[in-house]
Design a protein around this ligand. Structure first.
Ligand code: NAD
Length: 360
């Protein structure tokens, strides 16, 4: 093992941390760390650990010869798809290595949050605005998005705007991405967050229209938001996409009538993993899986004072190790981590933020 100036050990052939690469922010300034994409020209040295000169990018059968140094095959050189863009590894900087707090900065980054008018989406937006990002709130509730944008802009002193968008509509989603690029000069971070969840009937009497309604927003919406964002990010420097799944994408629940919701969130979890594989390395894709959170979802059933929901929420509370339900602000830290260069080595992962609900 070798040590860099910080005294932290790194394996041989790994990054030389000093001097750090600087990268451009959208406001024209320079900051440390690599949010995404390739470092500035001339600053990176290919670390080609998995492909020797003369090896084909993809050998017959998708297999590579074994590297005589014992290195594992470089998955980037072992592509099943001829259109894969995954290049050999680069000697990129590691943003958190030289200044961890700085690596959480979104200074000058353009952020899109679907479902940003309230609840969890507004908390994500607040976190990004506080960290220096320019934020676009896209929501089917256009008035709500406008007023939340105005509040956040004033509180955080940031550029926060709103656009009307139904995430089930392809044109709307494309327009929301375009509006973000037009407003801020690009797109660095997207939260595919808009979702609905209602208590319907149990499985044996679940109505197909209700099922489709939930799937359209929670799963189609995340797909469309990811697809359109990825197209914009790939045309630029790459970016970060964060989906909102749910603990109910990972486990079932005693609360009946949520089969469509649970299935949609399970779909978000798997879609996130696959998107990370297909969009890497220039776009990272991760999911946040919140536990039970006090928001307006489900016609207000998760509000603290929701009529008739006290016994249900008490049951949820009992099942949560930290002894309380969550508030949207509880999600800000994880949201910023995944949106920022601090999570530069994280992709395809599902992060539970659930007060320990899924530990029981
Ligand atoms: N509250 C919870 O307990 C909880 C738990 C786990 C996951 N989640 C997920 O968090 C995300 C945010 O939900 P929330 O709890 O903040 O609820 P919320 O109702 O407070 O916020 C959801 C937002 O999405 C918007 N929206 C709904 N349909 C839309 C559409 N078709 N197009 C665009 N925007 C639309 C709503 O107008 C609203 O502003 C959802 O994906 C939800 O499934 C919530």
């Amino acid at each position: 093992m070798e040590s860099n100036s910080t005294g932290i050990s790194h394996p041989p052939n790994s990054v030389n941390f000093a001097p750090r690469l600087a990268c451009r922010s959208r406001r024209g300034g320079v900051r440390s760390g690599i949010p995404s994409g390739s470092p500035p020209a001339g600053k990176s040295v290919p670390l080609d650990i998995g492909r020797r000169p003369g090896w084909p990018a993809s050998a017959p059968g998708g297999r590579q010869p074994t590297d005589p140094r014992g290195w594992p095959p470089n998955p980037g050189a072992n592509r099943f798809h001829p259109w894969s863009r995954r290049p050999p590894m680069e000697r990129d900087d590691v943003p958190a290595a030289a200044g961890v707090l700085e690596s959480f900065s979104l200074d000058g980054d353009a952020v899109l949050v679907t479902g940003g008018a309230g609840g969890i989406g507004a908390a994500y937006a607040e976190a990004c605005a506080e960290a220096g990002g320019d934020v676009m709130l896209a929501d089917i509730d256009a008035d709500g998005a406008e007023s939340t944008a105005a509040e956040l802009a004033e509180a955080a002193g940031a550029d926060v705007r709103a656009v009307a968008c139904d995430v089930t509509d392809e044109d709307d989603v494309r327009d929301a991405v375009d509006a973000t690029v037009d407003a801020f000069g690009g797109l660095d971070v997207t939260f595919a967050n808009a979702g609905i969840g209602r208590l319907f009937d149990p499985v044996h009497s679940q109505d197909l229209e209700h099922w489709r309604e939930v799937m359209a927003v929670n799963l189609d919406g995340v797909f469309l938001t990811t697809r359109e964002s990825a197209a914009a990010m790939r045309a630029d420097e790459g970016g970060r996409i964060v989906t909102t799944a749910s603990v109910l994408g990972l486990v079932g629940t005693e609360t009946p009538g949520l089969s469509a919701y649970v299935a949609s969130k399970g779909g978000v979890v798997q879609f996130t993993r696959q998107a990370a594989v297909e969009l890497g390395p220039d776009i990272r894709v991760n999911a946040i899986a919140p536990g039970w959170v006090h928001t307006g979802i489900g016609g207000g059933m998760m509000r603290e004072d929701a009529p008739g929901m006290e016994p249900v929420q008490e049951q949820m509370r009992q099942e949560t190790a930290l002894g309380r339900l969550g508030y949207p602000a509880d999600l800000k830290g994880l949201a910023l981590f995944l949106a920022s260069p601090a999570s530069a080595y994280c992709t395809g992962a599902v992060y539970r933020n659930d007060g320990g609900y899924t530990t029981t």
